[in-house]
Design a protein around this ligand. Structure first.
Ligand SMILES: [Zn+2]
Ligand SMILES: [Zn+2]
Length: 399
């Protein structure tokens, strides 16, 4: 036994993350897998393959790895591993490992539904109904696909009786993985039957189609996007766990309301005179209710009117007082147009009504310049950095 440590075997740093460990193992396992090398290199690569598999097994397990890091040894010695009686990492495990993030072979594929919903629907709660057509195990033949269980068969020549075929899949340049695909010739049974021996209902397919209505409930106050999983509602297949139907929803932007957590913000236009004298105004909430605001206060530009408890409903009701979000009306004060007054005297009257005290600053009379020709703009132009003056570089001269 050479004294290469486990990190060196996997060609990684001792600070490698579990993802890096997995990647390193995948790379090396592909390089050394006995099925992947020439006959004459098989023995050597088998040893290498067992080494990297052993290193991977220890380092991917947090407890084993920390033991190894601390004490420099492992629970299961190399010898035991090489003996092949324990921890044998067979070729099936190899293929299973390389299936990686894809679905396990013993489960049917998950089905995905993506929908958009409105903020109103999130406010009130929504039940999404969808028609689902899926395969269900044929009840007549209990999934065998046969008229009776005693009929004769012969081995399927396409999959060699295994019921599945292997398919090479490129996962990255120079990196391939192998997938198991159900054999379509024998419908995964590995056997071929005569047409007259097949189940009359499913025609030997082992499954029949079923259409039903599925309901996904999005409770009021739910997050703006989310996932609802209906377990076991995807296609059924004999001998397999049924996959799930997964609904992904996302809320569309609303034309007036903006959601921020459980709070809602909505634009609210009032006239200048309302801002000064008070007002009564009604807005429509997301559920169609009218919310009447009676103000006796002075409202200033940039103000929000906060209405407590009128935001989004809380999703999780608890035994203590249910707190909901708040509603914020973002005030936009509409000023009158130029020359709004009827008589010039009106300006004077208004001046006397609204208090305006200005602290006089002392400015030297002789320096005052008069400006009447100005324009009113809504924005200041984007910042443009003024050009830097050219730096005079002192000439380096060596004397
Ligand atoms: Zn077959
Ligand atoms: Zn059938």
């Amino acid at each position: 036994m050479d004294d290469q440590n486990l990190y060196e075997i996997l060609e990684i740093d001792s600070s490698a993350t579990s993802i890096e460990i997995k990647k390193a193992y995948r790379k090396l396992a592909l390089k050394y897998h006995p099925d992947k090398v020439a006959e004459e290199d098989r023995e050597e690569s088998e040893i290498q393959f067992k080494k990297i598999s052993f290193a991977y097994e220890i380092l991917i397990d947090e407890t084993k790895r920390s033991n190894y890091d601390t004490y420099g040894n492992t629970d299961s010695p190399f010898e035991q591993f090489y003996g092949g009686t324990t921890n044998e990492f067979g070729s099936n495990d190899f293929y299973d490992f390389f299936r990686g993030e894809t679905q396990p072979r013993n489960k049917t594929e998950d089905a995905h539904i993506k929908i958009e919903i409105t903020l109103e629907e999130l406010y009130l709660g929504k039940v999404i109904r969808t028609t689902s057509t899926r395969n269900k195990i044929c009840l007549t033949c209990k999934g065998s696909g046969l008229k009776s269980l005693s009929v004769e068969s012969k081995k399927c020549g396409i999959c060699n009786g295994e019921g599945f075929t292997r398919k090479i899949r490129r996962v990255a340049p120079g990196l391939v993985a192998q997938d198991y695909v159900d054999c379509t010739t024998c419908n995964g049974t590995g056997k071929i039957y005569r047409t007259k021996d097949r189940c009359k209902i499913c025609k030997g397919l082992r499954v029949v189609e079923e259409t039903k209505i599925l309901e996904f409930e999005i409770p009021k106050g739910s997050a703006s996007e989310g996932v609802i999983r209906k377990k076991g509602e995807s296609d059924e297949y004999p001998g397999k766990i049924t996959g799930d139907i997964i609904l992904e929803y996302k809320c569309k932007p609303h034309k007036t309301f903006l959601r921020r957590g459980d709070d809602l913000i909505v634009d609210f236009k009032i006239f200048l005179v309302d801002a000064l004298t008070g007002f009564e105004n009604t807005i429509e909430h997301l559920d169609g209710r009218g919310i009447k605001i009676h103000s006796k206060k002075v409202i200033r530009p940039g103000d929000y009117i906060k209405i407590s408890g009128e935001g989004m409903p809380k999703l999780n009701k608890s035994w203590f007082k249910e707190k909901t979000g708040d509603l914020y009306l973002k005030v936009d004060i509409e000023f009158p147009k130029d020359n709004w007054y009827i008589e010039k005297g009106d300006l004077e009257k208004l001046r006397n009504l609204i208090p305006a005290t200005r602290t006089e600053e002392k400015i030297h009379e002789a320096n005052v310049e008069l400006y009447t020709d100005f324009s009113i703009v809504k924005e200041v132009p984007e910042l443009e950095e003024p050009q830097q003056p050219r730096q005079e570089q002192p000439q380096c001269s060596q004397q």
